[in-house]
Design a protein around this ligand. Structure first.
Ligand SMILES: [Zn+2]
Length: 252
């Protein structure tokens, strides 16, 4: 009985929220005005070293993301010259809820709503897209949790390393998740992480297919041979491929 009530309530709330976010996403992908993306840093491990990194962050931190989007957009002849403006938001004291480990649909719906509610409560600045960047000292954390984005919620949760050596890869992951919020889908095998051919390859149609020189942003890695692919160091080694471009409506 209680489960039924809970499920029904969840579904009603979801319908209401979905129609609103659907309209928002539709407007965001008309690419007439630059989208304002606010990145909120969060100290993920409470360490002084992580805090020192956050304190060192400036507005220029995400210029690479803006330049990448601008460079890529040029190839698709968008009306807007600068597709996104990425600004640094104030630090938040609390991290958003982590995504559920088990992949049940109800858990996913509950998480999605919980995350949107959390975001509403921590909303400080006007934004089209909100990204929460939870940082950890790489000297004490080897593996980061998987970053996530709500495909229709226009918000993302990105885990990154609090060290300027990782700025390039943090920006790569941030951009990948940001594009999820605009409707882009993953283009890699979830078991092996190897990019899917052809959609997840930066240059799928070149005569010598392997090794690839760059990563398709949603493919996530640079394919080296038939089975191995590695993470790019920065967005300089990435492109937005045709399949992703179609999903975010750069090709109509
Ligand atoms: Zn992804």
């Amino acid at each position: 009985m209680w489960k039924k009530i809970r499920v029904t309530t969840l579904l009603i709330v979801l319908c209401l929220v979905s129609s609103e976010t659907y309209l928002k996403q539709l407007e965001a992908t008309d690419w007439i005005e630059p989208l304002r993306v606010v990145v909120y840093p969060i100290n993920g491990d409470g360490r002084a070293s992580t805090q020192a990194y956050i304190d060192s962050l400036g507005e220029a931190q995400f210029d690479e993301v803006e330049r990448f989007m601008k460079r890529q957009a040029r190839g698709y002849h968008l009306l807007v010259d600068e597709p996104v403006q990425v600004v640094l938001g104030g630090q938040l004291d609390e991290a958003p809820p982590a995504p559920p480990r088990d992949g049940g649909v109800l858990h996913a719906i509950g998480y999605s709503l919980g995350m949107r509610y959390w975001s509403l409560r921590h909303d400080r600045e006007p934004a089209d897209i909100r990204m929460y960047l939870v940082l950890f000292d790489p000297g004490h954390t080897d593996r980061l949790p998987n970053s996530v984005a709500l495909s229709k919620g226009m918000l993302g949760l990105v885990y990154g390393f609090a060290d300027h050596e990782y700025d390039g890869s943090n920006n790569f992951v941030l951009t990948h998740e940001m594009l999820h919020t605009l409707g882009a889908t993953d283009k890699y095998d979830p078991v092996t992480n190897y990019p899917l051919y052809p959609a997840g390859f930066a240059e799928p149609w070149v005569a010598k297919r392997l090794p690839q020189r760059k990563a398709e942003i949603m493919g996530g890695r640079i394919p080296f041979d038939e089975h191995n692919a590695y993470m790019p160091y920065s967005l300089d080694e990435a492109v937005i491929g045709g399949y992703t471009a179609a999903e975010i409506k750069w090709i109509r």
